[in-house]
Design a protein around this ligand. Structure first.
Ligand code: ADP
Ligand code: ZN
Length: 351
């Protein structure tokens, strides 16, 4: 077991704990306190289908609100349906919401917990690799609104996050790849982690993943602890994301896959504009391709979106967080037209 404590200036404390057998060891002992309005479990239809036996065994009679699985349901309707279920369950100020699921459940659950009676405790039990190493750590919550991703949200540090590797057994390979995208990004920002990833015989091996998840959580938790409200340092976590997000808007690829492509493209830019270490860039590229498993380059129809990225300081300029050496990144500012030209060129080289 490993615990990471995140303290924000608002005196909220949050513990991230890697814990095996989370149902028996963490949730079952909470059952009595969750009954009679003390709490609610929030999950999605896929997770409920897979883990309802455990819910019945360990949390019998605790109310469960199940949303339809899928990113497209991350909206205000689901948020308000959940808030309605919380009211019906008689939740009070001192009640607890348990968000059991991937990033979508964590985002909506965290936001509902921050709104209900101006804020109740939230416990995150992330069930995807991506949610364990990324979205459940850091206290960001949101729903999409009016066609804009994560438009309505809040920073809400969960009371605790329990990451159990047992959930990986039911995850499709594509979901593992998605989480590995952020893990490789963390690797590019942390030299010791990069070495472990590079030396791994099988990056998809569940035992290997169980071993590196705590290190990934610790890495992200450390950054969040030092910059809880994304004032500066936390921007390093945007590595590969400007190009990644632009790819994501116009492709069927998952977020993690787009981040891997973003890392590939931006590491080439870093070689050209930031004198990035060539051997490191090559190792990072081979790691990205090992996770992607397919060398088909993605469409770039959405590249224009990089123009609107939140990090851009001036019109027609793109600011990128790019990898330059193991554990080192730089902020690279380019005129949009130059950026577009270079990305198109790199795509041809990568093909
Ligand atoms: P994320 O990848 O951001 O965590 P989601 O919350 O959308 O995103 O989860 C991705 C998909 O995986 C959803 O369809 C969800 O229902 C499903 N899912 C979540 N956890 C598991 C699990 N442990 N096993 C199988 N499928 C899961
Ligand atoms: Zn990401």
């Amino acid at each position: 077991m490993r615990t990471e404590k995140i303290c924000t200036k608002r005196a909220e404390q949050s513990a991230v704990v890697c814990r095996k057998r989370v149902f028996a060891s963490v949730l079952a002992p909470m059952r009595a306190a969750l009954l009679g309005g003390g709490g609610i479990v929030f999950t999605d239809s896929n997770v409920f289908g897979l883990y309802q036996r455990q819910l019945k065994t360990y949390l019998a009679e605790v109310p469960v609100f199940v949303m339809e699985a899928g990113e497209r349901h991350k909206n205000e309707q689901t948020l308000f349906a959940l808030l309605g279920a919380m009211r019906e369950a008689g939740l009070r100020r001192n009640s607890t919401l348990i968000a059991l699921g991937g990033g979508v459940v964590g985002d909506i659950g965290g936001l509902a917990a921050s709104l209900y009676m101006r804020g109740i405790d939230c416990i995150q039990v992330p069930t995807t690799l991506l949610a364990q190493v990324d979205s459940s750590v850091g206290g960001k919550t949101a729903v999409d609104f009016g066609g804009v991703k994560n438009l309505i949200g809040a920073f809400k540090q969960p009371k605790a996050v329990y990451a159990d590797p047992a959930f990986f057994k039911t995850l499709p390979r594509r979901e593992l790849r998605c989480g590995l995208g952020e893990i490789v990004k963390h690797g590019a920002l942390s030299a010791p982690l990069f070495e472990k990833l590079f030396g791994a015989a099988d990056l998809f091996d569940l035992g290997f993943l169980a071993r590196i998840v705590p290190e990934n959580i610790a890495f992200k938790a450390d950054i969040v602890r030092r910059d809880p409200f994304e004032k500066g340092l936390r921007k390093c976590l945007n590595l590969g994301h400007t190009t990644g997000h632009a790819i994501e808007l116009h492709s069927e690829l998952s977020h993690g896959e787009c981040v891997l492509w973003g890392l590939l493209f931006e590491s080439r830019l870093a070689q050209k504009y930031c004198k990035a270490d060539a051997a490191f860039a090559e190792s990072l590229a081979s790691l990205c391709f090992r996770v992607l498993e397919s060398a088909q380059t993605p469409p770039l129809d959405g590249l224009q979106c990089a123009r609107l990225d939140k990090k851009n300081a001036a019109a027609e300029t793109v600011v990128l967080t790019v990898p330059v050496a193991a554990g080192k990144y730089e902020l690279l500012q380019l005129p949009y037209s130059r950026y577009e030209e270079e990305i198109v060129k790199i795509k041809e080289e990568l093909q």
